[in-house]
Design a protein around this ligand. Structure first.
Ligand code: ZN
Length: 239
């Protein structure tokens, strides 16, 4: 069986500077997600981080990636435009992209969306209830009509994104706010899923249902084999 080649990209800075984050994610957020995804028989996951050469994403590696997962927070500006261009072109060519939590402000997500991607937030141990709004969607396979994260950072509407192709999950927070927490887009031949939970000081990525949704999203976002899109002057009509 050919496995899906998944790269989990993480900024990886909180794990270096914050003991609390290191306690929750001793191998980094990327390490936790790689381990979870590799429990799927048809996935081969590996990680890449900001401080590696070319952020761990040289051209050959991007070319050989089926689905890229992206977590960033405090160092979006440290990501080189060259690498962002590379990821952008590869998404248009069919690579899947899963954008997590504070990566709503990453260069790559903002470029693909074309909006500010701004939102409201509060770090106060809110309770988050995630409601499934697209039952039957592959990304929520195995998820009941809702699930609960006891403590999370709040993200609230308005979330300045283009109208999603599909809204798969909506969150309610104990402060009363709501948020579109699972949304899908297509850009070129590529599929994009934004998934909200995952503040670094909470153990969210250890939660089995959060892991399940990310693994479902990897399968949903994998490249679909079609002819390469062809543009420009077409001299010969179909006979
Ligand atoms: Zn956060």
């Amino acid at each position: 069986m050919e496995k899906l080649r998944v790269v989990v990209w993480n900024e990886g800075r909180h794990e270096k500077s914050d003991a609390l984050v290191r306690d929750i994610y001793p191998n980094g957020i990327h390490g936790t997600l790689v381990e979870a995804l590799n429990r799927c028989a048809d996935i081969h996951a590996s990680s890449a981080t900001l401080d590696e050469s070319e952020h761990g994403l040289p051209p050959q590696r991007i070319a050989e990636t089926d689905v890229l997962i992206w977590w960033g927070h405090q160092a979006h500006d440290a990501v080189s435009n060259e690498v962002v261009d590379r990821v952008y072109q590869r998404v248009l060519a069919g690579m899947g992209l899963i954008v997590l939590h504070s990566a709503h402000f990453s260069k790559i997500f903002k470029r693909l969306m074309g909006t500010s991607c701004d939102l409201k937030w509060r770090q106060a141990d809110d309770r988050e209830v995630l409601w499934v709004t697209a039952p039957g969607h592959p990304i929520v396979q195995g998820i009941d009509d809702h699930f609960i994260l006891d403590r999370e950072e709040m993200y609230g509407e308005h979330f300045d994104i283009p109208e999603p192709d599909e809204t798969v999950l909506i969150s309610w927070f104990s402060g009363g706010e709501v948020f579109r927490s699972g949304v899908t887009y297509r850009r070129g031949s590529g599929r994009i899923f934004y998934f909200r939970p995952g503040h670094e000081t909470f153990p969210t990525y250890h939660h089995p249902l959060v892991q399940r949704i990310i693994s479902n999203a990897v399968h949903w976002a994998k490249p679909i084999n079609t002819a390469k899109a062809c543009y420009g002057h077409r001299p010969t009509p179909i006979k």
